[in-house]
Ligand binder design. Structure first.
Ligand code: ATP
Length: 477
């Protein structure tokens, strides 16, 4: 599985999906760029989410709030005081770690060594210490379990300290009077502060939702597993405003709806599960993660929280503005309760890569053969079809370009005339193109082409005029 993940990561780079940021300068830790195919895939994922959430729900609208927000926003939300990770430094290697993650790694090692009871005991200790925000206790656990620095191999640790994950910068041209502003660590607050603007201008009636896709920034203490934990990432969030008392009903509904959405992407059902939170965040009265089984284990991809009226009440308090809704059905004013669904777009992207990637053995008795293929759902595929003239002469390229020029109006398509047709098929398989359209001599006579399917590698003869319809039937949801 280690090799599988390594292959996914190198495939993503080799074919233009994901590059390390500023790679010519040796990269920037936990920051990545999406390449020519990655940005197409990412856009398709955004569209799929936006369509499912905004377009298909009469009572959900989308916004695009700024990344910078008034600094008081983050006092009200609790991020200035509470958005911390427990951090510890090794004095010899000068490396910084998350104390809880060092302990988690030890638990995993106990487990692989078959020391199940020890692992469970340590997990319980860790949970208790995190629950109580007991930093000295974390240090004691690290010492008691002989946890050493992975780099220096020593136990020469500093105290455990809280480390705030928000990035800050200065706004304003002159140093004096300049205000500290933050790069938002989540998109949710941009929705809460616009609650009344949207409700009034859109004449929205509770229950209704506000959706948003946008960048978020967290100064993660440690970054690992490729685009799993980044310092700059993208979130797709829905805040759904409901009448108090109905929130748990809506919570169950969204919990179910969101899992169905993930499964419709075409992944293996067994790789998804719910993880109900036992320890709830201070603002929540119910919370669950949708987890996906990555090659390195089950990890959160999406969080669904019943956030009560915590955020709106906080913003009411800090802004002095009433954030209430008059409900004509019950003739009452109230601060709505909120159900949040929050998904990391980059993590979703990684689930899709892991779900789709295959090194397929195609060997026969006489010949060894294999191919790399990305089995994307056709709707997600960055390139929908490749148009390939069998040869570079006799008018075949012209005929192929004629088809290309028609299809490119509706679809992202590619033209390729270099190398043998077999090689060209393999290149398209490797980037997940669901269809190859081959133009040959017969095409010039009867206007038919060969349609080759990525997954089955089967070929059929179809009329060129039917191509739009055939593709549109298969790339829809
Ligand atoms: P984790 O426990 O993995 O740090 P979290 O519980 O802090 O995640 P939330 O604050 O609930 O995450 O954020 C919602 C979603 O945003 C997560 O489910 C995840 O998909 C995504 N996300 C959070 N932090 C990162 C990150 N550093 N890089 C990429 N995606 C992230």
């Amino acid at each position: 599985t280690d090799d599988f993940f390594k292959n996914v990561v190198s495939h993503a780079k080799e074919y233009g999906f994901v590059f390390p940021s500023s790679e010519i300068y040796d990269g920037l830790s936990a920051v990545y760029d999406y390449g020519q195919l990655g940005s197409e895939l990412k856009n398709n994922l955004k569209q799929y989410w936006w369509k499912a959430m905004v377009q298909l729900h009469e009572n959900i609208v989308g916004i695009d709030a700024a990344i910078f927000m008034h600094p008081t926003t983050w006092k009200a939300s609790g991020h200035v005081d509470g958005f911390n990770d427990p951090m510890i430094d090794n004095k010899d290697s000068k490396k910084r770690y998350r104390a809880d993650q060092l302990i988690e790694d030890k638990i995993a090692r106990y487990e692989t060594d078959g020391k199940t009871e020890k692992a469970q005991q340590l997990q319980a200790d860790l949970n208790a210490a995190l629950n109580d925000d007991d930093l000295p206790r974390l240090k004691t656990i690290i010492e008691e379990h002989n946890i050493v620095c992975p780099v220096s191999g020593t136990k020469n640790w500093t105290e455990v300290r809280q480390f705030n994950l928000m990035f800050s910068t200065q706004m304003g041209a002159s140093a004096e009077g300049a205000d500290t502003v933050y790069l938002r660590p989540e998109t949710a607050q941009g929705i809460f502060v616009n609650f009344l603007n949207v409700q009034k201008s859109g004449r929205m009636k509770v229950p209704f939702g506000i959706a948003q896709i946008g960048k978020a920034f967290r100064n993660e203490v440690i970054a690992r597993q490729f685009i799993m934990r980044m310092r700059e990432f993208e979130q797709m969030e829905l805040q759904f405003f409901v009448r108090p008392g109905t929130e748990l009903e809506w919570y169950s509904k969204w919990k179910e709806t969101r899992l169905k959405w993930h499964l419709a992407l075409g992944g293996d059902t067994a790789k998804y599960r719910y993880h109900d939170h036992v320890k709830l965040a201070h603002y929540a009265n119910a919370a669950v993660d949708i987890e996906y089984e990555f090659p390195f284990g089950f990890k959160e991809v999406e969080g669904i929280h019943s956030r009560t009226d915590f955020d709106l009440i906080q913003h009411q308090k800090f802004s002095g503005k009433k954030l209430q809704y008059f409900d004509p059905e019950i003739n009452q004013n109230y601060v709505p309760y909120v159900i949040e669904t929050s998904i990391g777009l980059d993590r979703l992207f990684l689930t899709v890569l892991c779900n789709s990637f295959e090194e397929q053995d195609l060997s026969t008795e006489d010949k060894k053969d294999s191919r790399s293929v990305l089995h994307f759902h056709p709707a997600l595929a960055p390139v929908k079809a490749a148009i390939l003239p069998l040869t570079k002469k006799d008018g075949l390229p012209d005929k192929a370009r004629e088809i290309l020029n028609r299809l490119k109006i509706d679809y992202n398509v590619q033209y390729d005339e270099k190398d043998s047709i077999g090689k060209r098929y393999r290149r398209q398989d490797a980037i997940g193109t669901p269809f190859c359209i081959t133009v040959d001599y017969q095409s010039l006579e009867d206007d038919t082409v060969t349609l080759r399917h990525r997954d089955s590698m089967e070929q059929e003869r179809v009329a060129a005029v039917d191509l739009e319809k055939i593709i549109s039937d298969l790339v829809g949801w």
